[in-house]
Design a protein around this ligand. Structure first.
Ligand code: TZP
Ligand code: MG
Length: 220
């Protein structure tokens, strides 16, 4: 008898949290992570485009400590070296980063690889190449990401829902006020960046959004 070793599918939480230093009203990445954890957010991606590698490493060491203590999944955007050094749970990469199979070689089969996608062909390729989940977006126009392609809209999200079997997270211009449109296209996991990090009371906002997403899935 042969047992084929298959990796169980990852489950993404209803709300996917991302740091955004520039849009955090003077609060640090660590402050943001603490607010997210306080609100019981179960996955946090460290996304930092402005600090040095040295500064990012220092923050990621601290975030690893906080996320481990609180059972929160910790994903590092872009920096595979930093992810490895702090023993993060995974990395998130874009279309111009190293190929997925090479990243897999570096971080191993037990870690999470997330890939940003903006079209059906990119989504299919990421799935075939062994991504654990994909980002789908930007759904709506956003100022948070520079050099991002124009909004791909809800139609691409719907396509992914129908044609892709790995988990996906909808991202880009999503707010509490338009989240219903994203959930009705079949998104089970949503990333909201600026609306959370710009809130005066981040943890209350996060809790409200989680409640909203989970209510919607109960009502299905
Ligand atoms: N990837 C695609 S859109 C985006 C990223 C990181 C930024 C989303 O930010 P916001 O503030 O939720 O529009
Ligand atoms: Mg990137």
């Amino acid at each position: 008898i042969f047992y084929i070793e298959e990796k169980p599918l990852l489950t993404l939480p209803s709300l996917y949290g991302i740091t955004y230093l520039k849009g955090s009203r003077g609060r640090s990445n660590i402050d943001i992570v603490e607010e997210f954890i306080k609100a019981d957010l179960k996955l946090i991606q460290y996304r930092e485009k402005d600090l040095s590698q040295k500064e990012k490493l220092k923050e990621c060491i601290k975030i690893r400590e906080l996320t481990s203590k609180n059972n929160v999944t910790f994903i590092v955007n872009d920096d595979i070296d930093i992810a490895l050094l702090v023993d993060a749970d995974g990395v998130h990469i874009g279309q111009d980063d190293l190929p997925i199979n090479r990243v897999r070689k570096l971080i191993g089969k037990n870690k999470i690889i997330g890939v940003s996608t903006h079209s059906p062909s990119q989504a299919k390729k990421a799935e075939l190449d062994g991504a654990d989940y994909i980002g789908v977006g930007p759904i709506f126009p956003t100022k948070t990401k520079v050099n991002v392609c124009k909004a791909v809209g809800l139609d691409y999200l719907k396509w992914v829902e129908k044609n892709i079997s790995i988990p996906f997270v909808a991202i880009g211009g999503i707010k509490e006020a338009n989240i219903d449109s994203v959930l009705s296209q079949g998104a089970k996991s949503v990333a909201i960046v600026s609306e959370l990090t710009l809130s005066n009371d981040i943890s209350s906002k996060v809790k409200a959004v989680i409640r909203k997403i989970e209510e919607k899935s109960y009502n299905e």
